[in-house]
Design a protein. Sequence first.
Lengths: 324, 324
Amino acid sequence: MKLAEIANQLNSDIKKNNRFILFPHVMADGDAVGCCIALAKYLQVIKKDVIILMEEKIPSVYMFMNEGIDIQIYDESKKYEYEVCIALDTGDINRLGKRQGIYLSSITYNIDHHKTNNEYGLYNYIDCDASSVGEILFYLMKQMGVRIDHDMAQGIYVAISTDTGGFRYQNTNKKCFEISAELMDTGIDIQKISEWVFEKTNLKKLRLYESTIQNIKIYFNGKVALSSIRYDEYKSLDVTDEDFEGLVNIVKNIDGVDVGVFVRDRDNGEVKVNLRSNVDMVDVSLIACENNGGGHTRAAGFVSTKSTGEVCKLIMKSLEKYYQ
Amino acid sequence: MKLAEIANQLNSDIKKNNRFILFPHVMADGDAVGCCIALAKYLQVIKKDVIILMEEKIPSVYMFMNEGIDIQIYDESKKYEYEVCIALDTGDINRLGKRQGIYLSSITYNIDHHKTNNEYGLYNYIDCDASSVGEILFYLMKQMGVRIDHDMAQGIYVAISTDTGGFRYQNTNKKCFEISAELMDTGIDIQKISEWVFEKTNLKKLRLYESTIQNIKIYFNGKVALSSIRYDEYKSLDVTDEDFEGLVNIVKNIDGVDVGVFVRDRDNGEVKVNLRSNVDMVDVSLIACENNGGGHTRAAGFVSTKSTGEVCKLIMKSLEKYYQ
């Protein structure tokens, strides 16, 4: 569908119906949560019943902007009443987790920017060139004739800024800046938002950071840096897989390093490996593939049943040809 | 001077003269270096002789964008030949360090955004409302009729993005985003720039980070977090004062913390203290003033000749009234 078509369709369904459920994907991120909140705020303004139905609890860093919005965690035993379901930032129906049944038995919208989206909704609007669904939602709301207010702007800004890593990733485009400029007219507080979504940390994350730094080893004259965390180092911390995200960047970003490797023992005895390359010369997806993993030239990974020591040796063996 | 006036004056001096020196302030940051590089690139394009005269070595994180530019560290024994000197982001003549003599004996420009700038140049253009001198330089170059190319855009983008902490600080304004959108038309690589100026780190910084996390202590039920680094923990690391900047944010940004305190032993036996508050209730400048320091409500500091232990006790004593 074209932007004008989806805007007209959604406007018409909003006119005809009263009860809406908005769906972020499982393990919701800032783009999914921010868009749900922006759209929920709009539906509230025009006096519709709206809930955001989450698979898990909303991450605490987004809890500064959900005041007055009915955010519920899916409960199988509960009866939900609704006519229209809108999935945001959800590339695949399985990313709706246990909420698929609810979603599918209604008028369904699927608004997304993932290349792999297979158009599982009744109405689909997929723009793979968009930095974020926040970017899509901004233009969609404008096309629908929505007057974007402070709270909607805040949601959209969170969506765009988090999905671009704070305007740092490759997907940052001209529109991200143009939209942000326009959103500022609503009086959003960039510093407050940024403190919540980018700066806030907790002792658990800091301890993982500390262990990662502590365990850094340098190879091949500073060209390769590896760090690892053993299970016994984090088992007392009550961490989830998510908490390890980004730790590989600590080694990747050391001055002079070509390849950063982060290795973590899982509680089930498996070893999870993240590989990052800063140079075209080293394609880390090759190393991942050798170990039944996958990924891209500059970011790849695999899971192994070998010991951490063995895995590290194998990786260094694969990197030898570049540095010896 | 008004923007049009300074633009005309500078265009006229560029027409009449051939040798230019650009001055970033001592301990040059991204705004100063980025602006100097952008302006130097322009002067090169129109075939002028231009050098950037630094007080110290250019920080390595900006060395991805200085190719082809003559950047020199000031050498008292050297004779410099020039007609026009331009200080950028330099709020005070003393911030030119040992280069003041060179600067003053020419046609001098002073382009800045510091409130405290006392107009020490022959021609002064000070805009205190600007997020950065990068923002000023963008509009100035446009007013001068400059076609901003990729390299100039890169310098301006570095200036704006670093001075706003990557569009996160309070000074981030609508113009920052509008300018960034326009600069993207020149093909600047946001991801590459951001990796250099925001992500790059080194083992020395990581070790300071590690010690800071290791030494975190929590007070008043999680409302106050303090960390400290002893001299013996960093004396082997070859660090400068600059390397400690930002460490206080580790404690400030812990979820639930109102007040973050960072305490560091200096090699001369003094103790340097940084205080940060996240809440209006606690004005940390009061604590700083009690100890002959200063600052603002939410960011203050002092230096003490007492022992670290004594200093920490004094700070907690001052905070007691809020939390007991």
